[in-house]
Write a protein that binds this ligand. Sequence first.
Ligand SMILES: Cc1cc2nc3c(=O)[nH]c(=O)nc-3n(C[C@H](O)[C@H](O)[C@H](O)COP(=O)(O)OP(=O)(O)OC[C@H]3O[C@@H](n4cnc5c(N)ncnc54)[C@H](O)[C@@H]3O)c2cc1C
Length: 864
Amino acid sequence: MPGENGSSIVAAEVDVVVVGAGFSGLYLLHRLRQLGFSTKVVDAADDVGGTWYWNRYPGARCDIPTTDYSYSFDPEFELEWTWSEKYATQPEILSYLRHVADRYDLRRDIEFSTRIESAAWDESASRWRLRTDRGEQVSCRFYVMASGCLSLPKAPDIEGADQFRGSVYFTSKWPHENVDFTGKRVAVIGTGSSGIQSIPLIAAQGAQLIVFQRTANFSIPARNGPPSAERLAALTTDRAAYREAAKWSRGGVPGEITEVSGATATEEMRRERFEAAWEAGELLEILGVFNDLMLNPVANEVVAEMIRERIRSVVVDPDTAETLCPRDHPFGTKRPCLDTNYFKTYNLPHVRIVDLRKHPIAAITESGLDTNDESFEFDAIVYATGFDAMTGPVVAVDITGRDGVTLREKWMDGPSTYLGLTTAGFPNFFTITGPGSPSVLSNMAVSIEQHVDWIVDCLDRLRARGFETIEPTSVAEAGWNQHVEDCAAITLYPTADSWYMGANVPGKPRVFLPYVGGVDAYRAACDEVASNDYLGYSFAGPGGLHCNDGVIRRLQPDVAMVLEVMAALELPPIESMPVEEARAFMQAVEAERPPGPEVGEIIDGVMSGAAQGLDYRLYRPASPGPHPIVAYFHGGGWVLGSLDSDDPFCRDLCARSDTVIVSVNYRHAPEARFPAAADDAFAAVRWIAANALELSGIPGQLAVAGWSAGANVAAVTCQLARDAGAPDILGQVLLTPVTDAVMSRPSYEDNADGYVMTAALMQWFWDHYADLADRSEPKASPLRGELSNLPPALIVTAEFDPLRDEGVAYAEALASAGVPVRHLLARGHIHTSLTMVDVVLSGADLRAQMGETVQSFFPATVLA
Ligand SMILES: Cc1cc2nc3c(=O)[nH]c(=O)nc-3n(C[C@H](O)[C@H](O)[C@H](O)COP(=O)(O)OP(=O)(O)OC[C@H]3O[C@@H](n4cnc5c(N)ncnc54)[C@H](O)[C@@H]3O)c2cc1C
């Protein structure tokens, strides 16, 4: 009977309503109560447990070790509970959650067997008004959806599903009574986690089992048994330290972060690491086997193929083995599974797999199922078809925020949240493990506690400051959405048609739903928001109105990571070193980085410069020549840099633009001060133009490119060539160029420090290069020159670069002078990041655009 187990909504006015009595709702109730917030929890189930209440199918277990998949908020309680297995079964986890409910006396504030159907924000009262499926009305100040990420089963979208006369089961809504398949002919539709866990047990009972598979999934043996002695030892030695390590780990379980790259490791090292992860039987271990597993397709394929090898070694029938080998997505981009005897099950004579890609289901019939070429008869069908994940349960409730806008409308093209916790236009509304938070990519127990703690602390502080409402600003939210997207974009995740992308639900927008930056990075962002006076939130109430607008993460995630690593090394500032030491230091740094892509050929040579011979390095593309030529000038503030310094970037530009790149080692300051670099650059361009054929270039097809000070001399060269009437330069690519000696533009102030190129370093460069009187010469500051009749330009500026505004000024000035200009602003990038090939992956798209622009400078080559 509704309400028998818990309470009923007698008090229709509470501070907080929480939807869901699983891991999240239980802890939230406990914390809110401690702080004196009147709270009502509502759940459609007739008991606590959430996921572990509903998913009672045979073989249901957690796939994160239970030592870690547990609450950590009460160390005393932790000592009272002992898990019997490494991966506990559903009944054991359910009894754990029931025990929590009893131990903390939670049931009296939980309304069971009740579904929240709608929630509407009442602006005049600053309260939410909720309606249940039992017709009750509840009003609350704060409304929290702790409704789960995997709690809305996907409806089977198979024709005739309602025709079947036999027994029908859903793994996600399994009956409470025992289901016995003994002697039965059974179909299992779906081979995700639930299918893979249940199939071996159903096969052990059934007379016949046919598995219908749409997507073959990666699965590794769970190696279940007693909890891992190693983890238990680590936990019991220093429980607090272990839990703290989990909070600041990548996935919510303490573990080593490897520096081994799967793309470049030796075969022996690859095997060694794979074997160890395979033996550990832990998802986060195998997902962390290489540092580039989820970034680099080559590294990923190494692991994918090793898993396929294992499948082939277990499954006797080669055709069945091939059907079971996943091939349509990189490893990890769909949630991998842990299994016990899954692949072995297909060696049993009464078990068979049908590949739905080759033999699609035509219809479910009264007695079974028809594929396009075969009819099957069954006594039972088990649907293991997954969930409308993350957003499904939230928008299943009719939620209306400010101005009558519904959440369903707002999220029509994909969810939009601030921190995965809140969404603009919906004051006092929170989601636990919502889209835009690590959520399903993490150990959810850790993520749930973090969300609950953050929300409860926030409500407490809000109350203490006399505010009644909290709401994110649209600026903060857009910034967070961008950050979530940026994090996903550099990984392989968005390449798969996964439920992480909403791809399993017809019509659902394709957006990568969880935050892939890691539990640690996410926690840091949330903490910073709170400690920064709730950056990105506005508060209102009798205490007044308070808005602290802003964006918490603006750097590209990989740029931020590079800066963090550099900060940790506590390197001395370059400008504090003597020049020779600075050069040696830069060379040492360069020796550690990835080499950049392969090109057809690299030749070193010597050309004539303005005063002496100049070394050059020529990069020829792999395609048959001849090719147009780009004269390239490296960065380094006229003081540092060499043919080696920009080598990966030159390779990248060569490969992407399909042109010959001739990188020129012009003379450096302070040995050769202004205008030596500019004069050498101009001499080099003349020499290259005159020797185009020998360089296997196409005479007359010449452009220039450069980075930073190299872009400065490239720009100057275009002006000198125009004035001299030769050579003809068809285009210029200027990456974060120095265009003006004035150092007072806003970008200098905004980015003076902390982004590698600092104001102090630029001052050091100028002082070494040119006398004060010379700096305003167009040969030093091309922005001061005559700008008409210059070659078409691509100017790339970086958002966090002191030189940003002078680059923008040059683009604007060129455009005003009638020069065709394309300006790209590298959002979230710093002065150096676009040249960091294979390190700053988020720069790849911009480099591709640079390559395309270079190609566009030249007439299309007609191949014979
Ligand atoms: C089979 C399975 C295995 C899993 N294994 C792991 C694992 O090993 N490790 C891991 O980290 N995560 C795992 N997960 C994810 C799991 O969902 C979370 O770990 C965690 O249990 C979520 O807890 P929750 O309280 O946030 O949501 P849930 O446990 O999903 O609880 C949400 C509750 O909200 C209720 N609800 C939803 N909407 C409404 C409404 N409108 N009105 C009333 N009630 C509503 C539901 O009935 C449900 O009881 C697994 C999920 C599944 C399905």
